[in-house]
Design a binder for this molecule. Structure first.
Ligand SMILES: Cc1cc2nc3c(=O)[nH]c(=O)nc-3n(C[C@H](O)[C@H](O)[C@H](O)COP(=O)(O)OP(=O)(O)OC[C@H]3O[C@@H](n4cnc5c(N)ncnc54)[C@H](O)[C@@H]3O)c2cc1C
Length: 207
């Protein structure tokens, strides 16, 4: 595409945003303890529990409480408009890269953003880096700015997220769910297949 204002700026031909989200499972804990708790409840040996737990995992309303006891630590890098939605999940804990402490430390470049950023905008932002004007820089920062966070979350909340977001209009949530399915130790406790089936039968998407 030709940029008539400044022909040296190359705007990508397709003009489509390539959604960016990376996820890495850092740690997972509580499976054995959750199975032990369930065995007390069922008055059965702990070895029988994984099979019973797989059946109970989809039964909300108290039966799948053991999902709250399995905790996961994730490293996620995503644009700030993704984090706005992720922050609505209240029963979790996060630690993030701090823009307050680090954004003035060096010039921003294309790699700090999800997709193409017009060099003119980047120039304006870096002017504020040069003048150390933190507030101005934060005010102007595009939502595509990438931020890395550590996210501690239970299987119960992940279940909720998958049900609410697997088919969400932001494609980042699908990438998030697919990575969970690939990396978690117990994807059998989470509703990937159930949600996929519902989408196929309903063919709708969540706004
Ligand atoms: C498609 C979609 C669009 C949305 N759009 C908007 C929007 O435009 N604006 C907006 O503000 N939000 C919006 N939401 C956010 C939504 O309302 C939820 O807050 C968010 O998805 C988190 O879900 P949750 O509350 O079930 O999860 P969590 O916060 O993880 O909570 C899990 C469960 O714990 C319980 N719980 C948590 N905290 C409390 C508490 N203080 N008191 C009692 N029970 C509690 C509730 O049973 C809750 O369901 C949207 C969600 C979806 C899926």
């Amino acid at each position: 595409m030709e940029n008539t204002e400044n022909p040296t700026i190359k705007i990508p031909e397709d003009n489509l945003v390539k959604p960016y989200l990376t996820l890495r499972v850092l740690n997972e804990a509580g499976f054995k303890e959750a199975m032990f708790g369930l065995s007390l409840n069922k008055k059965q040996p702990i070895e029988n529990m994984p099979k019973i737990a797989t059946k109970l995992a989809s039964m909300d309303g108290g039966h799948n409480k053991f999902l709250e006891q399995i905790i996961v630590w994730l490293e996620v890098r995503a644009p700030r408009y993704f984090w706005v939605e992720a922050d609505t999940y209240r029963l979790t804990s996060k630690s993030s890269e701090s823009t307050m402490h680090s954004i003035l430390k060096g010039h921003l470049d294309e790699k700090d953003f999800e997709d193409f950023i017009n060099p003119k905008i980047l120039g304006y932002l870096n002017d504020y880096v040069n003048t150390k004007d933190l507030l101005k820089l934060k005010t102007m920062l595009p939502e595509g700015f990438l931020q890395r966070r550590m996210w501690m979350v239970s299987y119960k909340t992940l279940r909720n997220i998958i049900i609410q977001r697997y088919n969400h209009r932001l494609p980042h949530w699908k990438i998030f769910c697919d990575q969970l399915k690939r990396q978690l130790d117990h994807p059998e406790f989470l509703p990937f297949d159930e949600v996929e089936k519902n989408i196929k039968s309903q063919g709708s998407s969540n706004e």
